[in-house]
Structure formats: C-alpha cells, structure tokens
Design a binder for this molecule. Structure first.
Ligand code: ZN
Length: 549
C-alpha cells in the first residue's frame, strides 16, 4: 500500500507529458549523409529536446500544444564555429568604427564620441580598416591627437591585430621613441601591431563585472537576432569565463557556448586542468584551448613562407618556435583539451599542420585538432590537413572582405591556396564555418552566401572571386550547423534537429534553397528558439537586432 501511495504521489507530481508540435513549416536541414532533408513539422518534448521531425504523411495525433508555423522556413539554429563572444558585446558598447570611409570620418566619429562621453576615462573603439579608405595609410598618434588630447584613446583595427593610440595613451604606457617592440610585434607612429599591442592594452582599466555582464547580454541578443543559437568562443579570458558562469548560474545564458581558453595563461587563470562537462542545461562547456601561430594578413602579421609581395623585406610575424608550439599544444592535449590554433599565413599553417601530425601519432585520430582561419595555405600542404584529422575552421566573409587586400599582399601563385574552401574539402577535411565576430558581422547569412558564391552581399565581384573555391549549399549550411557542432564535440546535442538533440531552431523569411546568393545574404530571421522555447522575435518595426554593418 505504501509503495502504491508513493507511486501515486509521484504520478501526481509529474506534469503530464506535453509535447509541442510546430507544423506547417518548410523544414530544411543537412542530414548525416550531407544531403538536404525536408520536413513539415517538428515535435518537441517538454524537456526542450527534439522528439522527431515530421514528414507530410506522418500521423501526428497526440495530446499537446500545436503551433502553426504559417508555412515559414525552419532551419536548425545556426552555429558560429569561430567568434569572440565577449568581444562582440564590448564592441557593441564601445566606439564603433566599422564601415567608416576615411581618416576624416574616423576623426569626426571620435570627436563626437568624446563629446558624448565626457566621463569616460579612456576612449576605446574598434573596427577601422584603412584598406577601405581612399588613402590607405595607417592612422597615426598625431591623427588622433588632432581630435582628443586630454584623455587616452585606443582604437583597434577591424581584425583586432593592430591598434592606434594617441599620445596620452602612449605616455601612460611609458612608451617612448627608445622603446623597442617585443618580438612578434611592431610599433610605428602610434600604431601597435600584434604583440606590441600589449604595451598599451596592459594599461587599459579592466572592465568591471557589471560591464562584462552588460556586454554578455548584448552579445547574446545580437546573436539571437541573427539566428545564432550556439558559438565557439575562440579565446575565453578568465573575466569572460566568470561572466559566462554568472549568467549560466542565474539562468541568464540564452545561447550555447563552446569555450576555448585564450591560451595557457588564461587556462591557468581560470584554474582548469581538464575540460568541463556541459553546464547549465548544455549552455556552456570549456573543451579546448586556443593558441596563436601568427598574426593577420591586413596588418602584415601573417607569417608567410616567402616575403610579402607588397613588402619584400618582411615575411610577417612568427609567434612561436616549433619547440614553443609543441610545448603549448602538447600541454593542452595532455590535459585532454581540444587544441585550436590560429594560423593565417602559409608558413604558420605548415608549422601547425606539422605539429598536429605529431600529436595525431601520439593521440590517435579523433582529437579533432583545429586550424583557425587556414587562410593562406601552401597548396602542397593542403592534403596534409585531412590526413592528420584536422578540422579547417574558416570564415567565408573574410574572403569577401579581404580579397583586394590579399591580391596586394600575395603574388598570384600564392592565391591558389587562399581561402581555398573547396580544395580543402575535396581532400576530405571537415569545414566548419564562422564569422570571427566582431571582426566581421556575426550574421551567418552573408557567410552562407559567400560560401556558395565567392561574392559579397552586393554581388561583387561578378562571377565570384576564384569561383572554383565555391562550395555547395549543403557544405555551406553544414559548415554553419552540423559541422560547426562536430568541430566542437557537440554533435550529440546540437547542429541538427534529430531525436534527443536540443530543439534549437530558427524561422526565416525565405527558403535558402530557392533564392540566389544575394537574396540568401539578405535573409531575415523571424524567430529564434532555444531548447524548445521562443527566445527572440523580430521586432514589429521590421528592423534587425543590430543595425546593418
Ligand atoms: Zn578570431
């Protein structure tokens, strides 16, 4: 009798299983075989996980809530395989210099921001790109002094690999004409490149916890508005990890974060000696470590095998000796972390591939070593990527933003291995796609569009840049869903709408399989759902979550 009562009590305490069905949708996803799958409905359990997708002939007699999808197109939640989560939020709260057209434009924005923020002790901004100005010269300290002299000013380049500081900031940093740049860095006229940036950044007042929380909230709102339900955070700091855990513990984390500690010092500051489990309902996991082999192409920090075409005295910046790289990657691998290494130039990519070949021999095949960017790879090295089980984590919109600059930095022979998505894919490597936000907009639709067209959202250049490197729609969407999940050891939870995985999905305003590349780039997200709950709806005004970039 007693057991019966307990059973009855348990039965009464458990709410009736109430599934939800969203039907009348145009469901599209990439299946395990890499082909497009169509479905007309999605059944979601009250645990927020997918019960099943529904075909047109499926019997969906059940007791629960039924939602009419209105014929809208439904896609799995998009995943950015390489972004900077806190950076996106902080950038949105700082002086935004993306898209400015000239030095005069930069100065005008700086002046207005300084006037509007009289209490800011430091003025921090990011997003300028001298390559898109009529005069393609780097800004100087004197250019900033002409506008703001009373306070330090630090403005990061769009790629995050260089900053320009005014004289007040340089003075506070104790940098003089006699200061020599640290190795892997360069200083010229107030421009601090790569490792030299730390001379200035070390003086920046750290964000308070409240500022970090505000940045996190901002970042996830921007992501959800673009249909991103998950991302790989490539270089989590101890402060960022703290903010993510505060949000997770209070139920405030709305997106899923696959965290890669920002190199070994960050890992040490965070205090991890092994990957975490998935935390907070699979919202957060630290599974990897991010390392850097070189800088970026725009600031000529990418490490090349032969000198830059437009700077014959330089091969760029090599960050680590082979022994240093082996030491850092080896330590991370020995602790069980996935290793992700930034490599842009062909010399850096060759160095990283060689290190991964050694690690593969030691650890076997399924460690999913990642190269972040793999932008300029010597064609002779490309077949080695798949052979060593390396995932190529690439950013389609870097190609459309960088092509004119890349043509100047590199001679035509080296362009054969530049942003070579299709060539890399053909050798059997997994392509995971992202945006590197806030370097590029986090909007994945221009990324999908660039992936299939090698054109920017305006359709430039006609026919696509090096169009032989276009990939199929299936590869593009897999890169932003299924393969992005695989690249983060999360394919058992996210990346596709299959039984037992989270019901993370989006409703969008068009069918991506039925529009051209330019229309695909302009896709608008209508609703974003995470774990079977609607977490973002497009504002009635018709504006997107963030102003266009
Ligand atoms: Zn990055």
């Amino acid at each position: 009798m007693k057991t019966h009562l307990l059973a009855l009590a348990a039965l009464l305490a458990t709410p009736a299983m109430a599934d939800t069905v969203i039907d009348n949708v145009n469901g599209i996803q990439i299946g395990a075989g890499g082909k497009v799958q169509h479905f007309v409905g999605l059944q979601i359990g009250d645990d927020g996980k997918v019960v099943r997708t529904l075909g047109p002939l499926d019997d969906i007699a059940f007791h629960g809530e039924r939602i009419d999808g209105g014929g809208k197109t439904l896609l799995p939640g998009l995943i950015d395989a390489h972004g900077h989560f806190m950076g996106l939020g902080f950038a949105a709260l700082q002086l935004d210099l993306t898209g400015i057209a000239s030095l005069a434009d930069l100065q005008q924005r700086l002046k207005a921001y300084a006037a509007a923020n009289p209490d800011a002790r430091w003025i921090v901004g990011r997003g300028w790109n001298q390559e898109s100005w009529p005069v393609k010269a780097f800004p100087t300290a004197a250019d900033l002094d002409a506008v703001v002299r009373d306070r330090p000013v630090v403005l990061r380049r769009v790629d995050g690999h260089a900053l320009v500081a005014n004289s007040a900031a340089i003075r506070l940093a104790g940098v003089t004409a006699a200061t020599s740049a640290p190795s892997g860095g360069r200083i010229e006229n107030g421009l601090f490149v790569d490792n030299a940036m730390s001379l200035i950044e070390a003086k920046l007042p750290a964000a308070t916890a409240a500022e970090a929380d505000a940045a996190l909230a901002k970042a996830q709102e921007i992501m959800l508005g673009y249909g991103l339900t998950a991302m790989a955070d490539m270089g989590t700091s101890a402060d960022g990890w703290g903010a993510m855990n505060r949000a997770g513990a209070t139920g405030g984390l709305k997106v899923r974060i696959m965290s890669y500690a920002g190199a070994l010092p960050s890992l040490e500051a965070i205090g991890r000696t092994a990957p975490t489990n998935w935390l907070y309902g699979d919202k957060l996991r630290m599974g990897g470590v991010k390392l850097y082999a070189d800088g970026a192409l725009g600031s000529r920090g990418a490490w090349l095998k032969r000198p830059y075409a437009d700077r014959p005295d330089s091969v760029g910046l090599r960050f680590l000796t082979d022994a240093e790289l082996a030491d850092q990657a080896g330590k991370a691998a020995a602790m069980g972390f996935q290793v992700a290494i930034h490599a842009i130039g062909d010399a850096a990519n060759a160095q990283v591939i060689s290190e991964y070949e050694k690690l593969s021999r030691q650890y076997g095949s399924d460690r999913r070593w990642r190269i972040e960017h793999a932008q300029i790879v010597d064609p002779a090295d490309i077949p080695r990527i798949a052979k060593a089980g390396i995932i190529a984590s690439m950013q389609p919109t870097h190609q459309t933003s960088d092509r004119l600059m890349a043509e100047k930095r590199l001679d035509p022979a080296r362009l054969g291995g530049a942003y070579a998505w299709r060539t890399i894919e053909k050798t059997g490597a997994v392509l995971a796609f992202g945006s590197d936000f806030p370097v590029e907009s986090p909007n994945p639709f221009p990324g999908l569009s660039a992936a299939i067209s090698r054109q920017d959202p305006q359709g430039q250049p006609p026919g696509g840049w090096r169009p032989q490197e276009r990939v199929s729609f299936e590869t593009a969407l897999a890169g932003f869903t299924r393969n992005a999940a695989y690249a983060g050891f999360a394919e058992d939870r996210i990346g596709s709408l299959e039984a037992g995985k989270w019901a993370d999905f989006v409703l969008v305003d068009r069918d991506p399989t039925k529009v051209d590349a330019q229309a695909l780039a302009a896709t608008q997200v209508l609703e974003t759902w995470v774990a079977g709950k609607k977490v973002w709806v497009k504002p009635a005004s018709g504006g997107s979550a963030e102003r266009g970039r």
